[in-house]
Design a protein around this ligand. Sequence first.
Ligand code: ATR
Length: 272
Amino acid sequence: MLDSYAVIGNPIAHSKSPLIHTAFAQQTHQPVHYVAILAALDDFKSTVESFRHQGGKGLNVTVPFKLEAFQLSTRLTERATIAQAVNTLKFDGNEILGDNTDGAGLVRDIELNLGIPIATKRILLLGAGGAARGVILPLLQQKPSLLAIANRTPHKAETLQQQFSAYGNIIAGDFIHFSGDQFDIIINATSASLHDALPELPIGIFAQTILAYDMMYSREPTRFLKFAQLHGTRQIADGVGMLVEQAAESFFVWRNVRPQTKPVIAMLKSPM
Ligand code: ATR
């Protein structure tokens, strides 16, 4: 008998999560069956409940349901509470545990896969939506010297600054606010790349940058990554590593077994 897991979202057809978790299950010899579930936009809760009542053990939750998953959870981890979003549900008797592994995935990708320690670095985080919020605490826990949050609509960045100021050295503003400043790591957590758009960044911002990271991924480098490369960043990375690392962290939450991520990242990066 296999234990049943799934990723739930809308849209979901292009999700790589079934491929990733099936690879993890084979590699670790865990009895895991993992599929993708499309939930109607107004039907998240009942879709989750029916999966659970059929014996499902856990779900990954993706766009646009992370806030609803947060509200559905009967117990939350600290990192999910602070992110105010849930990407991992674990069903245990009557309990619905909500966790958020996105930030841990980003940190592990930058530090372990790309080999760049976050401690003492100056970081610029672009965006102030759910994707940005979810990674702020895990980034601050690695003790960067500064976390700057830049957003097209500056008051959203300032709200995040106020909410997280107890956890580290944070500043906030719009993109132009950071003209003339230099950063070691610049992370794009806006949804601009989804629309093949580019945040309006000040010229020169990448001059001293070691790593430009786009949390989105696509076959070709995103416009953000191409722009960063053109303007002097030393290294670029898209969100494939983060995707696999957050999946591995979810797998660990469910199975208490940590799969190896490098072969799975290599599999996703290889031409199909
Ligand atoms: P998510 O949950 O993916 O973060 P979201 O909550 O809708 O999605 O937030 C999207 C983020 O991308 C926001 O920070 C948004 O900026 P605004 O707050 O000013 O709307 C940002 N964003 C989207 N398109 C952008 C663009 N073309 N240029 C710059 N920022 C953009």
